[in-house]
Design a protein around this ligand. Structure first.
Ligand SMILES: C[S@@+](CC[C@H](N)C(=O)[O-])C[C@H]1O[C@@H](n2cnc3c(N)ncnc32)[C@H](O)[C@@H]1O
Length: 426
């Protein structure tokens, strides 16, 4: 495709994504569905450019007013993913001079907000938590996430799948913490590989794998994945139950649960029972009260731990939307907890890095539910043979109370988990 046409299409897509009325990945997928003329390399240019614009939006907003042409074209030029000479062949002389001037800007001369590229409301909570770790986090958020796979241990072993992928030209390394994970550099078409088609691997961030591991569901148990969505964690939990017992996958979105079905078929699991619920106080939940061994609440959250993959979220969320989410998180955790039988394990988890969606929800729950006793996540992960488990945790007197994962420290998405055991009767 001619560079001029590709740049124009890229500017169109940047314009659509910057409306922020839908998630960026949905806008990009729709654009590709509606424009079949792009080949794989052009799609990569389009998508990577959009993601760079989202990652560096503050900086590009600062640089773009001095340029010419439409705003989305200027943003697309600044973020363009591809060789400079290819890009320049699409530009007029004024644009070329402007781009050279932008390239010559020294980072050290920029204001802080043009370097961290975060909305102001997010800066203070992150600095307050991380101190000197703030800038390493910023750095890590500018990089795309690695591709992590979870090996389905029901039928396969990690080392065997690693060998198989190598033969298919996809070198993979075991993930450092999850015993089920393999990490791949780059973005090979993993869905074309036999190991994927037969359900030996699923794409899943190592952090998500650790949440499922922490639930530690056993053979023959009754387990609930309360906010199962498309079932990433459901599949991991079902395999850890060795395809026995009963695993309910609840969600208010039947549409998301539908996406679980083909994954379930690939995984060969037959112990999973997906069910759409109307809300967290659905009659189905009431009927199961006090009967469940383990409950995972992977709550709806701001998703701010996944900014490497979803950089649009920092612009689509706000202090107000987070406050609305915390009310929902409190209500869901309280309802889901009723499912647990005495002696059972409850986990509340998010992929957010904000204390108000994490520690604050967990601590408020503990105060009003004294029969749920907080467990030290670090100790549980150590007993599950996770190496260096203490380094994954924070909070409490021991610093081991909560699972607290960060992209810059653990190369995972940002995740939080709190664990409780329900007191035995009598
Ligand atoms: C973080 S996502 C779950 C991701 C999923 N566990 C996975 O690993 O792929 C949160 C889910 O909570 C669901 N949800 C929102 N409100 C809910 C409610 N009141 N009860 C149950 N699920 C709810 C959303 O539809 C969404 O799928």
């Amino acid at each position: 495709m001619h560079p001029k046409a590709l740049l124009e299409a890229t500017a169109d897509l940047v314009g659509l994504v910057l409306k922020f009325d839908h998630p960026a990945d949905a806008v990009v997928s729709r654009f590709f569905r509606e424009h079949r003329e792009f080949g794989p390399r052009e799609r990569a240019t389009l998508a990577e450019t959009v993601y760079t614009v989202l990652r560096k939006k503050n900086l590009f907003d600062h640089l773009s007013p001095s340029g010419s042409g439409s705003k989305e074209r200027r943003m697309a030029i600044l973020g363009f993913h591809g060789p400079r000479d290819f890009l320049k062949s699409a530009l007029n002389d004024t644009e070329k001079r402007w781009l050279d001037n932008c390239d010559a800007v020294d980072e050290a001369d920029l204001l802080e907000r043009h370097r961290h590229n975060l909305p102001e409301w997010l800066v203070n909570p992150l600095k307050a938590q991380l101190g000197d770790g703030f800038w390493p986090l910023v750095q890590s958020l500018q990089q795309p996430a690695p591709l992590d796979l979870r090996v389905n241990m029901l039928n396969d072993k990690r080392a065997d799948v690693q060998k198989e992928l190598k033969l298919a030209g996809i070198p993979a390394k075991p993930t450092p913490f999850s015993p089920w994970g393999l990490r791949i550099d780059g973005k090979p078409a993993i869905n074309k590989v036999d190991a994927f088609a037969r359900g030996a691997v699923e794409v899943q961030d190592e952090g998500s794998q650790l949440l499922a591991l922490l639930l530690d569901a056993h053979r023959g148990e009754m387990v609930v994945d309360f906010c199962a969505g498309a079932g990433g964690k459901t599949l991991a939990i079902g395999a850890s139950m060795r395809n026995t017992g009963r695993l309910y996958a609840f969600d208010v979105s039947a549409h998301r649960l539908d996406a679980l079905k083909p994954r379930l078929a690939r995984s060969k699991l037959s112990n999973v029972h997906p069910a759409a619920i109307a809300h967290e106080r659905d009659d189905r939940i009431k009927r199961l009260a006090g009967k469940i061994d383990r409950v995972l609440v992977d709550a709806p959250c701001s998703g701010l731990g996944t900014l490497r993959r979803n950089p649009d979220l920092k612009w689509r969320q706000s202090a107000k939307s987070v406050a609305e989410l915390t009310a929902k998180q409190t209500a869901i955790l309280q309802s889901a907890a009723r499912l647990l039988k005495p002696g059972g394990r409850l986990i509340y988890a998010t992929c957010s890095v904000l204390p108000e969606e994490n520690e604050a929800i967990a601590e408020a729950f503990s105060v009003v539910n004294p029969d749920y006793v907080v467990q030290e996540a670090g100790e549980l992960l150590t007993s599950l043979k996770v190496e260096n488990a203490a380094s994954l945790c924070a909070g409490g007197d021991s610093g081991l109370r909560y699972l607290r994962l960060w992209p810059h420290l653990h190369a995972t998405d940002g995740f939080f988990a709190a664990v409780w055991a329900r007191k035995q009767l009598g």
